[in-house]
Design a protein around this ligand. Structure first.
Ligand code: PHB
Length: 361
C-alpha cells in the first residue's frame, strides 16, 4: 500500500491516504463558521479525508474563543456553506465532535464553571477572551449529567448529518472530556463512570454507541491519544488503559480509529499498541512527513496518515507529495485566531491565482 493510493473508509472511497488532521484555528465568528472557513476547507479538498477542527457539541463544551459550535440552527446553517464548498471541490469532510471538559474557563462559558469527571484542576493556563488565565477547578458532573452529555454527543451527530458532513470523528484525545474520563489522573469518580478501568471507559463506550446509533457506525471515527500528556494528563498504566480502549472500539465496525503518536516507553508507541489491539482501519498522526508517512503505510503500521501543519500550509499536499514538489513552510504566528492571513493565503502549486479567485468568489 502507498500513501497516494485509494482506500475504502467505512462508507466512502478515498482517492488517497492523506487525512487533513483536525486543527483548532479560532477563526469562527463567535461560534459561527464564516465564508473564509468554507474557502479554507475547500482549498484542501484534495485530502483523502478532511477532519474538521473540533466543534463543540454544546455551549459547556467550548474551551477557547472563536471555536465553532455544532448545536444551534445558526451554526448548522453556517456549516452547510462549508460542507457544500468542500463537496463542490470534490472533497469529503467529517465533523470533529468536541467537549473540552475542564480545559476551559468561566470567561468563555458565560461565567459558568467548567465541568469534568472529577474536580481536579489542570496545571497551567488557558487562552481566554481576556488573554491567558490560570485554569480553575472544574465541577464534577453528576451521574445524571453524564447521561445528558452523551445525549449532546448524539444530537451533535444528528446535527452534523443535517449540516452535510460525510461523517463524524469523536474527539477522545489530548486531555479533553472523553480522555479525562479514560485516564486515571483525572477520574476519581466512585459511580459507574470511575474506579475500574471498565468504568473509566464507560463514557467513551456510551458516546460511541449513541453516535453510531444516531447515524451509522461506518461514518464514525474516534480519535485517541494513548500515553498523551498534553493538557496535564497522566495514567497509572497507559498501555493497559489504551489497549482496553482500542479493544473496546474494535467491536463497533467504525470507520476508523485515529491515533496521536506518542512514545509509551519500553519500545512501545501509541501506534504499535493500537495496531495490535484494534481490529480496523487506523489513521496515525503526529509529526509525519512525506517519507515517514509513506514508510508507515508501506510497512502496514497505519492505513492512513494524518497531517496537520503540513496541510495547513499546503492546500494541495497530495499533489505535492505525488510529484515531490517543494512544500510551503507554516507560520506559527497565524495558527490561532486572526483573519485570512495564514489561513486562506497559502498558495497551491502554480494555481495561486485560481485560489485567490475562489477566495474572492
Ligand atoms: C489546541 O488548540 O492547541 C488543541 C485543540 C485540540 C486538540 C489539541 C490541541 O485536540
Amino acid at each position: 500500500m502507498k500513501l497516494i493510493e485509494p482506500i475504502r473508509l467505512g462508507a466512502l472511497t478515498l482517492p488517497n491516504r492523506l487525512v487533513m488532521a483536525p486543527m483548532t484555528r479560532n477563526r469562527a465568528h463567535d461560534t459561527l463558521p464564516g465564508p473564509s472557513m468554507a474557502v479554507y476547507y475547500a482549498q484542501r479538498a484534495a485530502a483523502g479525508l478532511i477532519v474538521s477542527e473540533g466543534a463543540q457539541i454544546a455551549p459547556m463544551g467550548q474551551g477557547y474563543p472563536n471555536t465553532p459550535g455544532l448545536h444551534s440552527d445558526a451554526q448548522l446553517a453556517a456549516w452547510r456553506q462549508v460542507t457544500q464548498a468542500v463537496h463542490a471541490a470534490g472533497g469529503r469532510i467529517f465533523a470533529q465532535l468536541w467537549h473540552v471538559g475542564r480545559i476551559s474557563h468561566p470567561d468563555v462559558l458565560g461565567g459558568a464553571t467548567p465541568v469534568a469527571p472529577s474536580a481536579i484542576r489542570p496545571a497551567g493556563q488557558v487562552y481566554t477572551t481576556s488573554g491567558l488565565q490560570p485554569f480553575v477547578t472544574p465541577r464534577a458532573l453528576t451521574t445524571d449529567e453524564v447521561a445528558e452529555v452523551v445525549g449532546q454527543f448524539r444530537q451533535a451527530a444528528v446535527n452534523a448529518r443535517a449540516a452535510g458532513f460525510d461523517g463524524v470523528e469523536i474527539h477522545g484525545a489530548n486531555g479533553y472530556l472523553i480522555d479525562q474520563f479514560i485516564q486515571s489522573s483525572t477520574n476519581t469518580r466512585t459511580d459507574r463512570y470511575g474506579g475500574s478501568l471498565e468504568n473509566r471507559l464507560r463514557f467513551l463506550r456510551e458516546v460511541v454507541e449513541a453516535v453510531s446509533d444516531a447515524w451509522s457506525p461506518d461514518v464514525v471515527g474516534v480519535r485517541l491519544s494513548p500515553g498523551g500528556t498534553f493538557n496535564d494528563m497522566a495514567d497509572d498504566d497507559s498501555a493497559a488503559t489504551f489497549t482496553a480502549a482500542a479493544r473496546l472500539l474494535s467491536g463497533y465496525d467504525l470507520a476508523y480509529l485515529h491515533v496521536v503518536q506518542a512514545d509509551l516507553g519500553d519500545g512501545l508507541t501509541a501506534l504499535r499498541l493500537t495496531r495490535d489491539a484494534y481490529d480496523g482501519t487506523l489513521i496515525a498522526a503526529g509529526g509525519y512527513d512525506r517519507a515517514t508517512g509513506e514508510e508507515a503505510v508501506q510497512a502496514g503500521e497505519a492505513d492512513l496518515i494524518g497531517y496537520a501543519r503540513l496541510f495547513l500550509s499546503n492546500p494541495d499536499l497530495p499533489e505535492r507529495f505525488a510529484t515531490g514538489a517543494p512544500l510551503n513552510a507554516w507560520d506559527t504566528d497565524t495558527f490561532y485566531g486572526g483573519g485570512e492571513a495564514g489561513y486562506i493565503d497559502y498558495p497551491a502549486l502554480d494555481r495561486t491565482d485560481a485560489w485567490l479567485g475562489a477566495a474572492a468568489a
